[in-house]
Every structure is written in C-alpha cells, then in structure tokens.
Design a protein. Structure first.
Length: 417
C-alpha cells in the first residue's frame, strides 16, 4: 500500500513544486556561482530555501492525503484486514453487521481537526515571511533551463525507471486483466484466453451515465475551485485584513479532515437537514459543492505558492500608472499566475475524474461517476469488467492530456526542447 500510494502521489508532488522551480530566477543561481559555489551548494543554499514555501505546502498536502487515503488501502488492504484511518472509518459507518458508529467517527474527526490546526499554523509562519521568497520582480527576471551535462543520462535513467514502475507496468497489468474472464498468470494459456468479451458485455447504460457525470464534474469543479482559490489567496497574501489567516485556515481544513469523514457529514446534512428545503441528494449538485470544498485546499496551496514569488512592486507599479484593483488583477497578476492556474485546473480536473472516496459515500444509482462504477464492479468480483472500464477511463484522458500539453507549450509553460 505504501509503495502504490507513494507512486500515486509522486505526480501531485511534481505538479505542486514544478511551478515554484519554473519561476526561479537564474540570476540568483549565477550570483552564487560567481561567489564560488558549486552546483550542489547553490542548489542547497539558494534554490531550496527560495522554494521552501512551495515544497512545504506540497509536503503538508501530501501527508494529509496519505493519512486520509481510502482507495488504495480499500482495494489492497481490506481483504487482508489491514486497516488505515479511512478504511476503519468506512467500516464504522458501513458495518457488515450492527449499527453505524457515528459517535466514534465524530471523535476521530476531532483528532484530525487538531492536526489541521497544527499544520495550518506551521504553514502560516512561513507565509508571514513571504517577501523573503519573492523572485518574480520587474528587475530583469528571466527563468532559464539548466543543462545537466553528463548527469542527463542518470536523470533519463531515473525518469525511465519511474515511468516503467509507476505507469507502464500497472497499465499492462490492467490491459491483461481486462482481456481475461478471470485473473490468470502471464503464460501461454493466459494469452490463449485473451478476448474483448469484457468490453462487449459492459453495462452500457450505466457506463454512459457515469461518463456524463464525470465529464460535468471535470468541467465544473476545477473552474469553480480556481475562481474561489484566486480570490482567497489574494485575500491571504495581498490584502491587509487583520484576520486574513483565518481564510487560509478554513480553506485548508476540509483537506486535513479525511474525505470519508467529510463525506459522511455532508451525507447526513443533505439527507436529514436539507431534505425538504434543498433536495439535492442523489443528484450531481450534491457532488459538485463537496468536490469544490475538498479541492479548495489544493487550489489555494498552488495560488499561495505562486503569489509568494510575485513581488508587490509589480502591482504597485500598475497602480501608480493609474490601474485600479480589477485592472491590476487582470493585467498583472493573472498573466503571471497563468502557469499555476493552468497546472491547477488540469490537475484538479484529473483528481476529480479519479476521485472515489467522496462519491462512494454520496452517490446513488442516479449520480455515479466512472470511478464508483469501477469500484462496484471490483466489489462484485467482476474484476475483468472493472479493468475494462478503467482502461476506458485511461483512453478518455489521452485527448485531455494532449490538449493540455499543446496549450502549455504555446503558453511557454513547458519547453519544446
């Protein structure tokens, strides 16, 4: 479980820290080299300290994901009765026998609230020192690519090893399972049993319905999340409100509380409190606000890290030239935030596409996304059909990734070299 979850979270760590390193001004590294520092010393004493807020945000975010992870421990650990926090809570609210233990779940959630307060306070201390980390200024700012020289072969070998272990082998295993009536060893007998029967016998109506729900969630959730994230991050990082840190705390809080606990609370609220006044249970509008609130911490971490590196002098210069707050936001901040916004949008969309914890608690037969359909097929011992739907999910994401790569290259976010 640890290996799979670690490989699973590595792309998230990359996305959260790539924007920070991509915005690093090469003049700082060159100044260290002129002062006699080697490449490793410049990286350790200049690059890492400047990137510390973004790295810290990624570390806190990923720690809480690992602590509250549900999908990997549920699939790999439940059958062996190896419980994590989320799987234990899930069994408490969905026991095989007896009544749900909502009191115990509430008690455990208090523990997570205490951790959330500690993490938010830690991150807030770094944010108060934000001016020390500003590297994007109006004074000859120019990020460049650093040539690896003879180290490029080691870097390529590391990247190839990671891609084989984390991507190629799981995809090949998924394709193998999708082509078999039951799981079989990789041998000549297994190859003889390969067919497309699992794809032909899929519940077509259910799959099409899940595809529509997933597509709507992928469009609505990242868009709404980033609008709120930019606004919240600007209040936290740029405004002079005395209690602005409270906004950041509440933006991070839903992430610190495991999604299974948060989903149960939303389920009880919709089913017993809002049932008559706002009947959204069983619809997509039950899922959208919960997805948005759960994703808000990621959006604000990304926007906070990006705003830390944009010096206030750029906004002050625009205001001196006569620009109002709205003009400064549209003409100065948003163009500089474009890489972070694009990265965040595509990543939140992908996280929404694969999210399982929230819909497994809140969805019904009328609002099941594709991830829940795969989970249901696996639970019903239809591993081949579940793998077939998972393969379809992967194929449907290829055009999205291609469009993202094209837009990122044209916008200068990634290099074409």
């Amino acid at each position: 479980m640890g290996l799979v979850e670690g490989l699973n979270l590595t792309p998230l760590a990359f996305v959260m820290t790539a924007v920070v390193f991509r915005a690093m001004d090469s003049a700082l590294d060159e100044a260290a080299r002129v002062g006699g520092a080697g490449m490793w010393q410049a990286f350790r004493r200049v690059t890492v300290p400047l990137a510390w807020p973004g790295v810290l945000a990624a570390g806190i975010y990923i720690f809480t994901i690992g602590f509250g992870s549900f999908d990997v421990p549920a699939i790999l650990g439940l059958q062996g009765r190896i419980f994590t926090f989320s799987t234990y809570v899930f069994l408490q609210i969905s026991p095989t026998d007896g009544l749900p233990q909502y009191g115990g779940v509430a008690t455990l959630s208090v523990f997570m609230l205490v951790l959330a307060i500690a993490f938010s306070a830690w991150y807030g201390r770094v944010q108060r020192q934000a001016p020390r980390y500003a590297v994007v200024t109006g004074k000859a700012y120019r990020p460049v690519l650093i040539r690896l020289g003879r180290w490029r072969w080691l870097a390529l070998a590391f990247a190839a090893f990671y891609l084989i272990v984390s991507q190629l082998l799981p995809i090949l295993t998924l394709l193998w399972s999708a082509g078999l009536p039951f799981l079989h060893a990789v041998n000549a007998d297994g190859f003889a049993k390969l067919s497309l029967n699992n794809f032909r016998t899929l519940p077509t109506g259910l799959v099409w319905s899940g595809l529509g729900i997933s597509a709507m969630l992928m469009l609505l959730v990242p868009t709404i999340t980033l609008i709120l994230s930019v606004a919240l991050s600007w209040v936290v990082m740029r405004s002079r409100l005395r209690w602005r840190a409270i906004f950041d705390f509440f933006a991070f809080l839903p992430h610190a509380v495991p999604k299974v606990v948060f989903s149960v609370a939303a389920w009880l609220l919709a089913l017993f409190v809002l049932r008559d006044t706002l009947p959204i249970y069983g619809t997509i509008w039950m899922l959208v606000p919960i997805y948005v609130v759960a994703s808000l911490s990621y959006g604000t971490r990304m926007m906070n890290g990006a705003l830390i590196q944009i010096h206030r002098d750029l906004e002050e210069a625009a205001m001196v030239a006569g620009a109002r707050l709205s003009g400064t936001l549209c003409s100065v901040l948003l163009p500089l935030l474009r890489p972070a916004i694009l990265y965040s949008w595509i990543w939140i969309a992908l996280l929404t596409y694969r999210e399982l914890t929230i819909p497994v608690v809140l969805s019904t037969n009328d609002n099941q996304p594709l991830s829940v359909i795969v989970w249901s097929l696996v639970l019903s011992d239809s591993l081949g059909k579940g793998s077939a739907v998972a393969v379809m999910m992967l194929l449907l994401m290829l055009p999205v990734l291609f469009v993202y790569a094209t837009i990122a290259r044209r916008a200068g976010i990634v290099s074409s070299n």
